[in-house]
Design a protein around this ligand. Structure first.
Ligand code: SF4
Length: 438
């Protein structure tokens, strides 16, 4: 809608102080609500205190009742005691009939593995639990659609050497493992993750390091997988030290879901390696507030102490985290723990995950809800990773609801997260100069 300049002028509060509910300029040139209305808004948006984090050890299922805290805290024990078959879950939770069927059929396509820690965070009698849906096979995995892609981001098509995706000049994806503590049902790399025949061998990792060493434009390396933290400290240390020794590598990123699914993996020994090669940007992947545990909080704290910079890459999943309140709580908890919500990713067009995909409008609504209700650091970038290797594009809610002409440039009318309208003079420098001369 294009407003006439006259209409804009008529609405504009001129020659008096702004009343409650209108905006005025603060000393630092930011729009600030007058005190009275700020109190009202604050009360309306206050979502209340955050719930306390749960301890997976204290919630451990009957199956693990005899396990002591020290054993529970061992990542080797957690790894060795992963739940893989329906009978493993029998004294952990009540499998629904649908989950049983999906277990038998879809586990052949994509393996099942759930750490005792992650299983303890699942609601035993609620199949709609956000943690459970990510760890247990779902009937939707059996459906397939023509538009789905085996390799939605064309990562294999941009591989100069096995285990390296090099699509942008400065960034390199370095796959060092195809294993993970938990096989997430929404995984975009289902085509190779969990498949032992595609695992990155020692030679392949050496070849990847060699490629990066010989490619001066490779300044930003994302160490990924699978999950790189499934490697031993020794192997991981070799890789990270190898990267740090390459002069042109400016940024080292580590993509890992271990703080979520196996936080016991974050040990003092691992942190010593990370501290040695700091800073390492750790990108983790919490999708639901119920995934945050006391054990995760401890792991994130240790990573921070080791000089890591923490960011979260959430994937938007239907029925799991597609409500604004869920994302809001997750992001508040993450910020409290020193982990910045970085991306909210639209679910890719990968095979067998369409039941998780939300309409794009869902993400936009969540973004509109977050803006204004949580500080900017809690608002992630909502992105679609385009199929075929098109890269990420960011989607933002449209807040412009109208424009009008003024003597100084366009007057743009914005609608804020509360639905209120505000006008902003988008000055045209040439017109200002003309005005000053007169
Ligand atoms: S941790 Fe990452 S790579 Fe592994 S299954 Fe989950 S989403 Fe896929």
């Amino acid at each position: 809608m294009l407003l006439e300049y006259g209409a804009w002028r008529a609405d504009r509060p001129v020659g008096r102080r702004a009343r409650a509910g209108e905006t005025q300029r603060s000393g630092c040139h930011k729009a600030a609500s007058v005190a009275g209305s700020a109190r009202v808004s604050h009360q309306r948006f206050d979502p209340g205190p955050l719930p306390a984090l749960r301890s997976s050890y204290e919630r451990r299922p009957r199956r693990f009742a005899h396990i002591d805290a020290q054993t529970w805290g061992s990542w080797h024990w957690q790894h060795q005691n992963r739940l893989r078959r329906p009978e493993h879950f029998e004294d952990v939770l009540e499998l629904s009939a649908e989950e049983r069927v999906a277990f038998v059929k879809s586990a052949q396509r994509f393996r099942v593995a759930v750490t005792p820690h992650y299983a303890a965070l699942m609601a035993p009698d609620d199949p709609s639990c956000g943690v459970r849906q990510q760890g247990l096979p779902q009937p939707g995995e059996l459906q397939s659609f023509e538009f789905e892609l085996e390799d939605p981001l064309a990562e294999e098509a941009h591989m100069p050497v096995p285990g390296i995706t090099h699509r942008y000049p400065d960034r390199v994806l370095f796959y060092v493992s195809h294993h993970c503590p938990v096989y997430c049902r929404h995984c975009t790399r289902k085509r190779k993750v969990s498949d032992p025949t595609t695992a990155a061998a020692r030679d392949q990792i050496a070849q990847g390091l060699e490629y990066i060493r010989n490619t001066p434009t490779a300044r930003d390396v994302v160490v990924s997988g699978g999950d790189p933290l499934t490697l031993s400290d020794e192997r991981l240390g070799e890789i990270l030290r190898g990267l740090r020794a390459i002069e042109h590598v400016e940024v080292i990123r580590l993509g890992t879901r271990n703080p979520v699914t196996l936080p016991q993996r974050i040990t003092p020994e691992l942190c010593e390696i990370l501290r040695e090669v700091r800073p390492v940007y750790v990108h983790t992947h919490f999708n639901h507030p119920d995934e945050l545990s006391q054990e995760s909080a401890r792991a994130l704290g240790m990573l921070l102490d080791a000089g890591c910079v923490l960011g979260n890459q959430m994937v938007l999943l239907r029925g799991v985290n597609d409500r604004p309140e869920t994302v809001m709580e997750l992001n508040r908890q993450l910020l409290r723990l020193g982990c910045r919500p970085y991306y909210m990713l639209q679910c890719d067009m990968a095979q067998g995950i369409s039941h998780f995909r939300t309409p794009l409008t869902t993400g936009l609504k969540i973004m509109a809800h977050l803006r204004g209700r949580i500080g900017g650091m809690g608002v992630p970038h909502f992105v679609v990773d385009l199929p075929g290797g098109g890269g990420k594009v960011e989607l933002v809610p449209d807040h412009i609801v109208g424009t009008a002409e003024s003597p100084w440039g366009q007057v743009v009318t914005f609608s804020n997260s509360d639905g209120k309208r505000f006008e902003f003079v988008d000055v045209d420098p040439a017109r200002l100069e003309g005005d000053a001369e007169r």
